[in-house]
Design a protein around this ligand. Structure first.
Ligand SMILES: Cc1ncc(COP(=O)(O)O)c(C=O)c1O
Length: 397
């Protein structure tokens, strides 16, 4: 199928159109069935056409889609209560996307700084990070490709290497303007980079000592993906601010910026807002996402199958020349090769499997939390065979 000439050329989609889905599977316009090991880049955690989600959306659409934040929205209040319960955070602002959730976090940090009389508040952000495509979030992002051509960038970000505590201490010693750290608990777009087990604990300590806000971007890691509701829960800490989107709505556009008692008091009427943010349809859907993850114990499934898949790949790939590392946290899995491997996406598609390659040489797998063991085996076998074959060809060439 050719792409419409009326679309801006922001994407280069593969030549496949999906018409419907069911669980971990998608069907294209030629009735071919595919296993989805990417679920819309960590969005459809409950898979496709989940009956509970379909029911909520249809019932809510028949009742009320949208009013305005000028009025009380019962579904929004209920979702905020649920999010507070599973995260231990106190207050929520709802947006329509991940980038907007991070925009809200950046605004919270700046207001926090100004309230402390810091005139030019600085936020520490990481090399190799990804926080979105709006002007502030692309400026926070640690990838020149995302920024190039959009200068002047938004100021007030201080860059540090990821997983490097000394670098943060060094900034603390030399900069009086810092108000917050914004960091992904696992870098997603950056190549499924998992930091040292105590990295977040150490960042928490520094933020406490310096009176900075610890702001976690859990847009990709959140909602059970890593084997906890939120990745910070592996560390037994609490952030001051956390952002969510992606799997929160299982496909309906919703983002959220959550804050603890201290950071949650910073935003006051008039400081921020969104027309669509927190509307009844999005919030009712997200509430059903949370209920379903709980009811079906999908977080345990993510933990169990995540380990199973990583071990499966390690068995098949550890001795293969050209495979640098297999790593994962729950169902956030990366296989790093020595060389570029973007061609594997198309080769996997030909084998009816949806995968992704990020950072040029990291195969990224983000299958739905409803995955079963047989589907996990298909992922392990298909991806391992593809990697082995393609590395053999490269060595022969
Ligand atoms: C960690 C992280 N933050 C922010 C974003 C931006 O989210 P959105 O595309 O919904 O604006 C993404 C999207 O990939 C992400 O992975």
């Amino acid at each position: 199928m050719t792409t419409s000439e009326h679309l801006m050329k922001t994407y280069t989609p593969l030549d496949v159109t999906f018409e419907h889905g069911d669980g971990a599977y998608l069907w294209d316009s030629n009735k071919q069935k595919y296993l989805d090991a990417l679920c819309g880049i960590a969005v459809c955690g409950l898979g496709h056409a989940h009956p509970a989600i379909t029911k909520t959306i249809t019932e809510q659409a028949a009742k009320l889609l949208h009013t305005s934040n000028l009025y009380q929205i019962e579904k929004q209040q209920h979702l905020a209560d649920q999010l507070a319960e599973i995260s231990g955070m106190s207050r929520v602002f709802f947006s329509n996307s991940g980038a907007e959730a991070n925009e809200a976090a950046i605004k919270v940090a700046r207001l926090y700084g100004h309230k402390k009389s810091i005139k030019i508040p600085g936020i520490i952000v990481m090399e190799n990070s990804f926080h979105g495509r709006t002007m502030a979030t692309l400026s926070a992002t640690g990838n020149r490709k995302v920024q190039a051509g959009f200068e002047p960038l938004v100021q007030g970000f201080i860059r540090a290497p990821y997983n490097n505590i000394e670098a943060i201490k060094n900034i603390a010693e030399n900069n009086n303007n810092v108000v917050a750290i914004l960091v992904e608990p696992v870098q997603g777009e950056g190549g499924i980079k998992i930091p040292d087990p105590d990295y977040l604990n150490q960042l928490r300590d520094i933020c406490d000592k310096q009176d900075w806000l610890l702001m976690l971007d859990e847009i990709q890691t959140g909602m059970g993906r890593t084997g906890e509701w939120f990745a910070f829960q592996h560390n037994g800490i609490q952030p001051d601010v956390m952002t969510l989107a992606k799997a929160l709505g299982n496909g309906v556009p919703i983002g959220a910026c959550l804050a603890n008692d201290k950071a949650g008091e910073i935003m006051q009427p008039g400081n921020h807002g969104s027309t669509f943010g927190g509307n009844p349809l999005m919030c009712a859907t997200a509430s059903t996402v949370i209920d379903t993850i709980k009811k079906d114990d999908l977080i345990s499934n993510a933990r169990k199958l995540g380990k199973y898949i990583v071990n499966g790949f390690k068995e098949k790939l550890s001795d293969i020349r050209g495979v640098r590392e297999v790593r994962g946290l729950g169902l956030m899995i990366g296989i790093e090769l020595d060389s570029e491997c973007t061609e594997l996406v198309k080769l996997a598609l030909d084998k009816q499997l949806l995968i992704n390659v990020t950072a040029g040489n990291v195969i990224r797998l983000l299958p739905p939390l409803i995955l079963d063991q047989q589907q996990a085996d298909t992922i392990i076998n298909t991806v391992s065979d593809l990697i082995i074959d393609s590395l053999k060809e490269k060595i022969a060439a």
